[in-house]
Design a protein around this ligand. Structure first.
Ligand SMILES: C[S@@+](CC[C@H](N)C(=O)[O-])C[C@H]1O[C@@H](n2cnc3c(N)ncnc32)[C@H](O)[C@@H]1O
Length: 471
């Protein structure tokens, strides 16, 4: 058969392979059911009974496709002679999977095309197979860099062109690129967006007094004395993790808990409150440290199912040392006496735009409108924390977002209220961490491309006498 004919007509229906079928199912669930990639992948893999190799392939294919879909859509738009919005969603998913195999993974072109065409045949019929075959053959004409140079040319000078270029090159929505540009240090934006596309290795924390770093597999983290970076494997199989003495926790989150615990406090230091505790990673680390110092953590979490996760992180029903209790309540009006806490953590609900590396779909699911609800809530939670802490006690305000509206603007709102609140320098509480100046003097901002952590923001506030923070 002549090559051209072979190319024009894909072979009659072969079955789709299980790994690609699984990846397509994950894309569908993420698109139609608002599923989270990382949560739905294991259940799809189990349902289709994939072996380890296929499971790894399906994971990289689904997560990588979702992450890079902005770039792939720009390339597909150049290969299809009608607007992408007129391509049926299921077929667009298949084309995106084909793009990732061709441009983002090392799958040989013939294997990527024939198996993706099989998938289209099996899921959408022979006509779809022919269409997918033709489009993916057009995609193979260039490599990724050449495609990006073509569909998002290097900017000639204007800011708008630069932002458009980075939007396509790094597959982020434009509004996210704009907000990260406003937050990131000068000249860092390209590296930050690139870092968002690299899935992080799993980091573990050895909860002090309960586990030793030396008993965990992996390489010690750079800054946290309690962390290790796993080289691979299932963290749930690490005995200390299975027993709840260690946990999975980004190093930036470990540093947040450590900064609160190591802030100097004079006088009583018994009651630590985590006002937004779910799912409980920071509360568990704080409780372990508190236990060693004769203090305890009271965890507050508004949402019941998240409170259940906190309960588990804190050791279930048998109360561990260092745990004062768990309350499912609104942290803006906690059922706790004013001025009753010595240290309070506000790890505020936020857009999560600093943790895009670990949540492939998050950038596409968030919208600028989210800020309209989140920012007032963040302000109320911080004001509430300042009422809860006693004079001389400290509040650590943190977000896993570097977006200024959620960081500097929230902190400035309480500082500007004329009350007795002082912003203190949090950076000395992050030993060894450099290049982490936050947007307001004394605050800190961690970055994936600089520190290898999520982009956590930290501000340390101390309550003076006679405060009624109000927000
Ligand atoms: C960023 S997460 C906290 C992560 C947590 N500190 C950890 O390390 O595992 C924010 C949490 O705040 C909770 N939350 C949202 N609104 C709240 C409120 N009004 N009061 C208390 N918790 C709230 C969310 O359900 C979510 O679990």
């Amino acid at each position: 058969m002549p090559a051209s004919r072979k190319h024009r007509r894909p072979p009659p229906s072969r079955t789709a392979d299980p790994a690609r079928t699984a990846a397509l199912e994950v894309l569908r669930l993420v698109r139609t059911e608002e599923a989270y990639t990382n949560l739905v992948l294991p259940s799809v893999v189990a349902r289709l009974e994939l072996d380890t190799r296929d499971a790894a392939f399906a994971t990289e294919l689904a997560a990588g496709t979702i992450r890079r879909q902005g770039t792939y859509d720009a390339i597909l738009a150049a290969c299809i002679d009608r607007p992408l919005r007129r391509v049926e969603f299921g077929i667009l998913d298949i084309l995106r999977l084909g793009c990732h195999q061709l441009l983002g993974m090392r799958v040989p072109a013939h294997a990527a095309i024939s198996s993706t065409v099989d998938l289209a045949h099996a899921k959408a019929g022979r006509g779809a197979g022919g269409f997918v075959n033709a489009v993916l053959r057009a995609v193979t004409r260039r490599d990724l860099d050449t495609w990006i140079a073509e569909v998002a040319p290097q900017p000639s000078g204007s800011r708008d062109e630069r932002m458009e270029h980075l939007t396509v090159k790094h597959s982020h929505p434009r509004w996210v690129v704009d907000l990260l540009d406003a937050a990131a240090p000068d000249d860092d934006l390209d590296a930050l967006l690139a870092a968002d596309n690299v899935p992080p290795k799993v980091t573990l924390v050895a909860r002090p007094g309960r586990a030793e770093v030396a008993e965990l597999p992996g390489t010690p983290t750079l800054y946290s004395p309690y962390g290790v970076v796993l080289d691979g494997g299932d963290p749930a199989r690490v005995p200390a993790v299975a027993e709840g003495r260690a946990g999975v926790q980004d190093e930036g989150s470990q540093l947040v808990a450590l900064a609160l615990a190591s802030a100097p406090v004079e006088g009583a230091d018994k009651v630590w409150v985590d006002l937004c505790a779910g799912p409980g990673g920071k509360a568990a680390l704080l409780a372990a440290i508190a236990a060693e110092r004769g203090a305890g953590v009271l965890a507050v979490e508004q949402h019941l199912h998240r409170a259940g996760l906190v309960r588990r992180a804190l050791g279930g029903t048998g109360r561990l040392p260092g745990v004062l209790g768990l309350v499912s309540a609104d942290g803006t009006r906690p059922p706790l006496a004013a001025a009753s806490a010595d240290r309070v953590l506000v790890d505020a609900p936020c857009t999560g735009l600093g943790a895009l590396r670990r949540r492939p779909e998050a950038r596409w699911r968030r919208s600028p409108d989210d800020l309209l609800a989140l920012v007032p809530l963040q302000r109320r939670l911080l004001a509430s924390a300042l009422e809860l802490v006693r004079p001389g006690g400290v509040v650590l305000y943190a977000t896993c977002s570097p977006v200024r509206a959620e960081t500097v603007d929230v902190v400035s709102s309480v500082l500007g209220s004329g009350e007795a609140v002082a912003l203190e320098d949090v950076r000395p509480l992050l030993p060894g961490v450099t290049d982490a100046d936050g947007p307001l003097e004394g605050t800190a901002q961690l970055w994936p491309h600089r520190h290898g952590t999520d982009a956590m923001f930290l501000a340390l506030l101390r309550r003076g006498e006679g405060i009624t923070a109000g927000g």
